[in-house]
Design a protein around this ligand. Structure first.
Ligand SMILES: [Zn+2]
Length: 255
């Protein structure tokens, strides 16, 4: 169910965090989505996706209604969750970054080659889940998410960059590589066959390093296209989505 999972307990005034990256195992979906597909718009059976999402929520000690997902656009829009924005109406926002200050919900970013980025400020009690593919990198979703957190008071971020397609496996037309390079130089790369490629994760890491905030980055290893335990759109086309998930845990202090 998880290829990576970590729980950092709250200490004193400091929030804890539970964050994870799911894999293909332990779910109810059948081929070609087998088995822990969390994406509802890929052609999988609704019941299977629902069962898988319930399992994910249960693992995190939450209800499925406490999972916050996005209608991902490959853009740079940032949405605050209902609990954080004060909006009464729940919905799935059209956005590529979700931000919360609530400890009662988990943010979920769905991917199958794009970069799942998770961010927390454990002093201020803020978290974000960001969907950064090549278009999102170029559109600036990472700086937009960091700015949104900063606007809410964040000063010091911890970041986890999840597995994504590696540049050896991500050949693109030269024009697209050049477009990415114009935004963030570290995204320039070369494919396994020597053709132009984009290193989206390197670009994300560079954008975090370039931000005005103090960001400590952990970059998880693994290429989605090369790892059978993760979904890869480039490898399989019709396939499922795995997830980056982040949930804040309340500090020990009594409010
Ligand atoms: Zn690769």
């Amino acid at each position: 169910m998880f290829t990576w999972r970590e729980r950092l307990e709250p200490t004193g005034d400091r929030y804890g965090v539970e964050w994870a990256v799911t894999d293909r195992h332990g779910g109810s979906s059948l081929a070609p989505f087998a088995s822990f597909n969390l994406g509802a718009h890929v052609g999988d059976l609704e019941e299977a996706v629902s069962t898988n999402r319930h399992r994910l929520a249960h693992e995190l000690g939450l209800r499925v209604a406490d999972l916050r997902l996005m209608d991902q656009q490959h853009g740079s829009a940032v949405a605050l969750t209902p609990a954080t924005s004060g909006a009464g109406e729940e919905g799935v926002p059209a956005a590529d970054a979700l931000v919360t200050g609530s400890t009662d919900e988990a943010l979920v970013v769905l991917v199958a080659d794009c970069v799942p980025l998770l961010l927390v400020d454990r002093t201020e009690g803020l978290a974000a889940a960001v969907h950064a593919g090549r278009p999102g990198l170029v559109a600036g979703v990472v700086p937009a998410a960091v700015q949104a957190l900063r606007d809410l008071g964040a000063t010091q971020l911890e970041a986890v960059v999840g597995p994504s397609v590696c540049p050896r496996c991500y050949e693109v037309p030269a024009a697209l590589r050049d477009q990415a390079a114009a935004v963030v130089a570290s995204a320039v790369s070369v494919s396994r066959s020597g053709t132009p490629a984009v290193d989206v994760a390197a670009g994300v890491v560079q954008q975090l390093a370039d931000s005005d905030l103090d960001v400590s980055v952990r970059w998880l290893p693994g290429c989605t296209r090369e790892r059978e335990d993760l979904y890869s759109y480039r490898r399989d086309g019709r396939t499922g989505r795995f997830a980056g998930v982040v949930r804040l845990l309340p500090p020990e202090r009594v409010a």
